[in-house]
Design a protein around this ligand. Structure first.
Ligand SMILES: [Zn+2]
Ligand SMILES: [Zn+2]
Length: 339
């Protein structure tokens, strides 16, 4: 059985599956790419042939237009295809709509690339499913013991408690346009908030993609045309840069919130002027990362990006061999990019 090291290689363009002739989340335009999910650091423009879930392809078309790939092949969950000499299939990663782990098998040797992932239930996407493998290629955005994310329902309740406490103010929640925004909306709906939710213009397009792909988000309205009076006591969502900017300040006495795994670090919230930090993350926390190493049972773990040292140390304590790939170029979007 060939070791995955001999057929899954780190090249300047990213992770390359040699006997399949394709890259996974390549950093530059390539001939063939398998894409784990639609965040811009993973789904870049200009590949010729793209393999991904139908949801990820829809996200890519919305974000990249013609850059979403000259030819696109949609794969259902666990639906194997043969690419070159490799059997490839996708398993849910639980990160954002359509997000997948790429599983590859070559001559009886199996490697799985997680992409970004989380284990906590998310009403807007399919839940993470561990795949047993010989090499597990994982992210490590929050791979430090200090990062233990609280249950998201409790964070949403803190937001609703604040809305009840300050009925004359507008609550504005900063969140990334793909994934976090729709998850916060869905969590608010689950918690019983059925009033309109007001959206900054940069968030509307991706909400529409989610809706077209069957994710119910309720009554969403553009905040740009809303009269200030309508926003009193309301909840609005905006990009993290917009909440830090004039956009939020033109509202009447806003309560600025930010939904991010980094809000666990209170100093970051303070330095960004966030009054109500909400620790809601689309990345696995320390416990989820460790549980996943146990679940996939791989004797070897490769870490793509993030805090690899602590995770590799924790893996070594269990007899798992760790390897830092130090792939540059990931974590440039979404919450990984938070200063
Ligand atoms: Zn991502
Ligand atoms: Zn990422």
């Amino acid at each position: 059985m060939p070791h995955p090291e001999t057929w899954l290689k780190v090249l300047p363009n990213g992770l390359f599956c040699e006997p399949g002739g394709f890259y996974i989340d390549p950093l530059r335009p390539v001939d063939r790419a398998a894409i784990t999910h639609g965040h811009s650091d993973h789904a870049r423009a200009g590949h010729r042939a793209v393999l991904a879930t139908a949801d990820t392809l829809a996200v890519m078309r919305a974000r990249l237009g013609d850059g979403a790939g000259q030819s696109q092949q949609a794969l259902g969950w666990h639906e194997p295809v043969t690419v070159g000499d490799v059997r490839v299939w996708l398993s849910p990663a639980g990160h954002v709509l359509g997000s997948a782990q790429v599983a590859m098998e070559y001559q009886g040797s199996r490697a799985v690339v997680s992409g970004d992932y989380k284990r906590v239930a998310d009403p807007t996407c399919a839940g993470f499913e561990p795949v047993a493998c010989d090499v597990f290629v994982t992210e490590a955005t929050f791979a430090l013991p200090v990062f233990v994310h609280p249950p998201p329902g409790g964070e949403i309740q803190r937001l609703l408690d604040s809305v009840a406490l300050f009925p004359a103010r507008t609550h504005v929640v900063g969140c990334y346009s793909l994934g976090k925004c729709q998850r916060v909306i869905a969590l608010l709906r689950q918690a019983g908030w059925d009033k309109p939710i007001w959206l900054h213009g940069a968030l509307a397009a991706m909400c529409e993609v989610y809706r077209q792909r069957g994710v119910a988000l309720g009554d969403l309205r553009p905040a740009t045309v809303a009269a200030k009076a309508e926003l009193v006591g309301a909840i609005g969502l905006a990009t993290p840069s917009a909440v830090a900017d004039r956009w939020a300040r033109r509202l009447e006495d806003p309560v600025v919130a930010l939904a991010s795994g980094w809000m666990r670090v209170r100093q970051r919230a303070k330095s960004r002027g966030v009054e109500l930090p909400l620790t809601i993350s689309d990345h696995a926390d320390w416990n989820e990362l460790n549980t996943t190493l146990d679940d996939v049972g791989a004797p070897e773990v490769w870490v793509t990006h993030g805090r690899e040292d602590a995770l590799i140390h924790a893996a070594a304590q269990r007899g798992i061999r760790g390897r830092a790939l130090r792939l540059l170029g990931y974590g440039e979007e979404e919450e990984a990019a938070e200063p």
